[in-house]
Design a binder for this molecule. Structure first.
Ligand code: C2E
Ligand code: CA
Ligand code: CA
Length: 552
């Protein structure tokens, strides 16, 4: 019989056994009756036959004894056969019983196993439903459940945290290091909270805290600041020291929302506001923050439409050689031809474009327009010299800058000979090794590089010496008061000497007065750019100056 007997098969075999035993019992009685009758008939008839056949008494005794023996042997054989049959029935019934017991035990084991598996699955489901797998902190679902339980008479605080520039940390150090940092931050948050407070991971590099209770704005701020001081620092991770800063936003129940969703949303808005204010800050939600967020969302929507409708246009500002007024080239500066607001300047939209990634298609449109304009100038016999284009950090970090530039420039029928890319020092220094590699690769294609806004950031001179750039653009903050501030003159002089020493040329930005140009020329500055020569203007307005080739 197969070991894997099903329940119905097992039941059938039991009732078969029972039926068989009932039948065989009846059969036994019938056999006994037959034996009794047949035996009586046999004894009666055989004795009568013997008396009739044998007269000799001794002979009769002998045959009668033999007949008795014969009867006994036949009876024994019949009993033996019957007992054998019984025995085999009992032993097969016992076999079946044993098998049934085995099956029962096996089924019990399987049942127990599936019960255990179900409990484990329940636990796992609970884990996945309410906990974050990476940090083992509770998740948003848990917070929602917990929040409903904790709505009592006292105020609750919801703090939203987001690690600053986490994408950059991931890009630079790899996902494993990124995950390590998330775990470290999670542990630190968890171990620095009061017992009643709750830390959860919202997702990626975002966390939330439920502060229970909040006595006052001041106590909430103090709690956040205490945590901030523990989190904002250099973390030794994977053999590196990685500086982490975090932007915080907070909202309070019930005044900033009744549901946990509303509170999270508002705390997140406050956190985004902190990001827009230069990151590494803490803001408490307010109506003003909501207004700004709505405005920001509106700008993003409009920008998206602007990219689709190609509402961007390019203005050009000349760059002049200070020694003789010759035109070095022009800097291409984007403008947004807004259908209602008119001409919008980059200061009002570049940051939003960068943040949303729209800077990439916008930058492509600028490059295409620059290439087309250059071809038009060449066809008209006008030489614009070097055309400088500003490239955003995001586009630069895309790694395929050259692949993107080349077809755009060539597609518009212009070679890449006189193109210059302007990058800020922050972009170049964020990942210096990678930046140097990309710049070198692009420079091999006859495209030069300018280091924009030099001096406005924190460029180390050590890195400056290694950056393969052709032109250093001194930030206009040094130029504005160069005619009255001697310190600035000294700084600018040193920068010019340093750049020349490193084989770079220097251009001063933001020259508005003749005296500033005079001083810069005296300090050995090569080129100048600013309102003194021309504001950024549409291409046509520059054509007279470009045809002359000089500013007078
Ligand atoms: P930037 O690259 O430093 O450009 C120079 C800015 O200084 C321009 O502002 C220009 O109009 C202004 N400027 C020039 N001369 C003077 C002057 O004598 N005095 C004063 N006060 N300002 C002067 P704009 O056009 O508003 O551009 C602002 C920034 O937007 C640029 O700074 C650049 O970082 C960014 N930007 C402009 N066009 C593009 C673009 O096509 N792509 C990207 N990614 N960024 C761009
Ligand atoms: Ca620039
Ligand atoms: Ca600049």
């Amino acid at each position: 019989m197969s070991e894997n007997v099903t329940e119905s098969e097992r039941k059938n075999s039991i009732s078969d056994d029972r039926l068989f035993f009932q039948l065989s019992w009846r059969l036994t009685i019938r056999y006994l009756m037959i034996y009794l009758i047949a035996g009586s008939i046999w004894i009666g008839f055989s004795d009568a036959a013997l008396y009739a056949l044998f007269n000799d008494k001794q002979m009769l005794n002998t045959v009668s004894m033999l007949k008795g023996w014969f009867f006994m042997i036949v009876s024994c054989l019949a009993f033996w056969a019957m007992l054998r049959k019984r025995q085999s029935l009992w032993s097969s019934a016992l076999d079946r019983l044993e098998l049934q017991q085995k099956n029962n035990a096996e089924q019990q084991r399987i049942l127990e196993e599936s019960r255990q598996r179900a409990t484990q699955a329940d636990k796992l489901r609970e884990q996945q439903m309410y906990y974050d797998m990476l940090t083992h902190l509770p998740n948003r679902n848990y917070l929602e459940r917990e929040f409903t339980k904790r709505q009592h008479s006292q105020k609750l605080g919801l703090v939203y945290l987001d690690i600053d520039d986490f994408r950059y940390i991931n890009d630079r150090h790899g996902y494993e290091t990124g995950n390590l940092i998330i775990k470290l931050i999670a542990d630190t948050i968890h171990s620095n909270l009061r017992e009643a407070d709750l830390a959860i991971r919202i997702g990626a590099d975002e966390f939330a805290l439920l502060i229970d209770p909040v006595d006052s704005y001041e106590s909430l701020t103090a709690c956040v600041e205490r945590l901030r001081s523990k989190l904002t620092k250099s973390w030794p991770v994977a053999g590196d020291n990685i500086y982490i800063s975090i932007s915080f936003g907070a909202s309070i129940w019930p005044e900033h929302g009744n549901t946990v969703e509303e509170l999270i949303q508002n705390a997140e808005l406050a956190m985004m506001f902190a990001k827009s204010r230069g990151k590494d800050e803490f803001y408490l939600y307010s109506d003003n923050i909501r207004e700004q967020a709505v405005k920001h969302a509106d700008t993003l929507a409009q920008l998206r439409r602007a990219v689709e409708n190609e509402e961007f246009t390019v203005y050009y500002q000349p760059q002049i050689r200070l020694s003789d007024g010759q035109i070095r080239g022009v800097e291409a500066l984007v403008r947004w031809n807004h259908p209602e607001r008119g001409l919008v300047f980059p200061g009002d939209f570049i940051e939003a474009a960068e943040e949303s990634g729209l800077i990439i298609p916008m930058g492509n449109q600028v490059l295409r327009q620059v290439a087309a304009q250059r071809r038009r100038w060449i066809e008209q016999g006008i030489c614009p010299g070097i055309i400088s284009v500003n490239i955003s950090g995001r586009r630069f970090k895309h790694n395929n800058l050259l692949e993107v530039i080349k077809p755009i420039i060539e597609g518009e029928g212009s070679d890449t000979g006189k193109l210059e890319i302007e990058l800020t020092e922050t972009v170049m220094l964020e990942n210096a090794e990678n930046a140097i590699r990309i710049i070198n690769e692009i420079r091999m294609n006859n495209i030069s590089f300018a280091l924009d806004d030099f001096g406005s950031g924190y460029a180390s001179l050590n890195y400056l010496s290694r950056l393969p750039v052709d032109l250093l653009k001194i930030d206009m903050s040094f130029i504005h008061n160069i005619n009255v501030n001697e310190h600035n003159q000294i700084i600018v002089k040193t920068l010019i000497e340093l750049a020349h020493g490193l084989g770079m040329q220097v251009i001063a930005e933001g020259i508005e007065y003749g005296i500033q140009a005079e001083i810069l020329r005296g300090l050995g500055c090569d080129f100048g750019q600013g309102y003194l020569y021309s504001r950024p203007v549409p291409a046509q307005e520059l054509e007279n100056m470009l045809s002359r080739g000089t500013w007078s």
